[in-house]
Design a protein around this ligand. Structure first.
Ligand SMILES: [Zn+2]
Length: 430
C-alpha cells in the first residue's frame, strides 16, 4: 500500500469541485483503495509507505477523447479549412506511416508528450495502415497510457496511397481488434475508426458498425465539423435526413460511439445521438484553428448530451488537455459575448475539469473505472505543482483559483507525474 499525501482535487459532479486540502490517497497497486483527509487515513494505515507530495496537488488523470497520432508531426499548420487542410498537410503526413519503421518513433514521441501533459487516457486515430497501428498499440502497451485506438478506415475520395478497399479495411480492423481490444488487463481497447462519411462507402460503415457491435468495441468518427463537409455529405447521402442519419442508417450510432465535433447539429440529430447513447467530443482548439465554428456546448450539455473533450491534434495545436479545457471556456465566452443569452452562459473551469475527467469517463462508458479520485477507481492520476503557473510561485488553497491558473497558464513543468493504474508513466511519485 502506498499513501500519497497532497491536496486532492476532482470534479465527479458537473459544476462542482471536490477538494481536500491536506488529503491522502491510499493506492493498492493499480487501484485507489481510499481517499480522504490525511488525518483520517494515515492513522488507520500505518503500514502504508507514505509519500508526502505537498505542496503538489493530485487530480484525476486527464482524458483526451479525440486525437490523431500520425498528425502530430504536421501539427499547427495554419491557413486552411478542413478539406484543403487535410489534402495539403495531413494526408502527406499520414502517408508516411505506410512505413512501419516511421510509425514506432512517432508513436513514442506522441505518447510520451501526452503523458508529460498529464493525459492518462487517450482515444486515438491511427492511419489506414494496419502495421503502423499495431506498432502504435505496442508503444501504448509499453508506455502505460490507457488507450482506445484504431486504424483509420477510408475506401473512397481519399488520396490514392491512402485508399483501401472496404474488404481489406474490415479484415485488417478485425485482426487488430482481436489482438488489442481488452489487452494489457483492459487498459487497451479497440475503436473502429471510419474516418468520416465522405470517405467511407455504405458497405464500409455497415461492416465497421457490425464489428463494433459484435465485439463490444468502440466506434469513433467525425460529425458535422465544417460547412463544406456538410454540403458534401448531403450530396453523397441524398437519402439521409441529415449528417447524423448518414451514420445511423449504416449502423454507426451505438452506445460506444464517439462523435468528434458535432458543431452544426439540428434538434433531430441531437435527439438521435441521445437516444443511441452515443457521445460527442468537443475539440474547441481544432474548431477555432480550422475556422469550423463554435459548438453550442452549453446548449448541448443542458439537453443532456454526453460530451467529452479532445485536443484533435493535428488541427488542435497541442496535446495539452489543460489548453483544451481553457479553450473550451474561452470559446464558450466568445459565443456568449454577442447575445449574452443564458442558454449560452460560459463554461467555468470546474465544469471543464469535469468534462476532461469524470465527464470523459461517462462519454466513454468508463464511469467508476477512471476520471475521479473515488476509492475503487483505477489509480489514474496527475500530480501538479500549483506554484509553476503562479507568477509569484505561491501556493494557494482556493481550488477554483488554482484550477483557473492550471488551465490558463499551463506548462509542462507543472506536471510532476502522470500515473496510470498505479504506475508513474511520466515523472515520479516523490
Ligand atoms: Zn479529428
Amino acid at each position: 500500500m502506498l499513501l500519497l499525501r497532497a491536496h486532492l482535487l476532482d470534479a465527479p459532479v458537473f459544476g462542482a469541485l471536490r477538494s481536500i486540502p491536506d488529503g491522502a490517497l491510499l493506492l493498492d497497486g493499480a487501484r485507489i483503495a481510499e481517499a480522504g483527509p490525511c488525518e483520517d487515513l494515515a492513522p488507520r494505515h500505518t503500514g502504508a509507505e507514505v509519500r508526502d507530495l505537498r505542496p503538489c496537488w493530485i487530480l484525476p488523470g486527464l482524458m483526451d477523447l479525440h486525437v490523431h497520432l500520425p498528425q502530430y508531426e504536421a501539427v499547427a499548420m495554419d491557413g486552411l479549412e478542413l478539406l484543403p487542410w487535410l489534402e495539403t498537410h495531413i494526408f502527406p503526413s499520414e502517408a508516411r506511416f505506410a512505413d512501419p519503421r516511421a510509425a514506432k518513433p512517432a508513436a513514442e514521441r506522441f505518447f510520451a508528450d501526452a503523458l508529460a501533459w498529464g493525459t492518462t487516457t487517450a482515444v486515438v486515430y491511427g492511419t489506414i495502415h494496419a502495421e503502423a497501428t499495431d506498432a502504435a498499440f505496442q508503444v501504448a502497451e509499453a508506455c502505460g497510457l490507457r488507450t482506445v485506438m484504431g486504424k483509420v478506415m477510408m475506401d473512397r475520395h481519399a488520396p490514392e496511397g491512402l485508399t483501401e478497399t472496404a474488404e481489406a479495411s474490415l479484415s485488417e480492423s478485425g485482426s487488430l481488434l482481436r489482438r488489442w481490444h481488452g489487452a494489457a488487463g483492459g487498459r487497451l481497447s479497440y475503436a473502429l475508426a471510419p474516418r468520416f462519411a465522405p470517405m467511407c462507402s455504405p458497405e464500409l460503415m455497415r461492416g465497421a458498425g457490425s464489428l463494433a457491435e459484435r465485439h463490444g468495441a468502440f466506434l469513433q468518427t467525425h460529425l458535422s465539423e465544417n460547412r463544406e463537409e456538410l454540403a458534401w455529405v448531403a450530396r453523397l447521402f441524398p437519402e439521409a435526413a441529415n449528417y447524423t442519419d448518414a451514420y445511423a442508417r449504416h449502423g454507426l450510432l451505438q452506445r460506444r460511439t464517439l462523435l468528434g465535433h458535432g458543431i452544426h447539429l439540428d434538434g433531430a440529430e441531437r435527439a438521435a445521438i441521445r437516444a443511441a447513447g452515443a457521445s460527442l467530443v468537443h475539440c474547441p482548439t481544432s474548431n477555432a484553428f480550422l475556422a469550423s465554428g463554435i459548438m453550442p456546448l452549453r446548449r448541448w450539455l443542458d439537453e443532456g448530451l454526453a460530451v467529452g473533450l479532445g485536443t484533435d491534434v493535428g488541427a488542435g495545436t497541442s496535446l495539452s488537455m489543460w489548453q483544451e479545457m481553457a479553450m473550451a471556456c474561452t470559446a464558450s465566452k466568445l459565443r456568449w459575448a454577442d447575445a449574452r443569452s443564458d442558454a449560452d452562459r460560459p463554461l467555468r473551469p470546474a465544469e471543464a475539469l469535469h468534462l476532461a475527467t469524470a465527464g470523459g469517463a461517462r462519454a466513454l462508458g468508463l464511469e467508476g473505472v477512471t476520471g475521479t479520485l473515488d476509492g475503487g477507481s483505477a489509480a489514474d492520476l496527475v500530480v501538479v505543482d500549483p506554484r509553476v503557473p503562479d507568477p509569484a510561485g505561491r501556493v494557494e488553497d482556493a481550488p477554483d483559483r488554482v484550477l483557473s491558473r492550471l488551465l490558463y497558464r499551463a506548462e509542462k513543468a507543472m506536471v510532476k507525474a502522470a500515473v496510470v493504474a498505479g504506475r508513474a508513466c511520466h515523472g515520479s511519485l516523490g
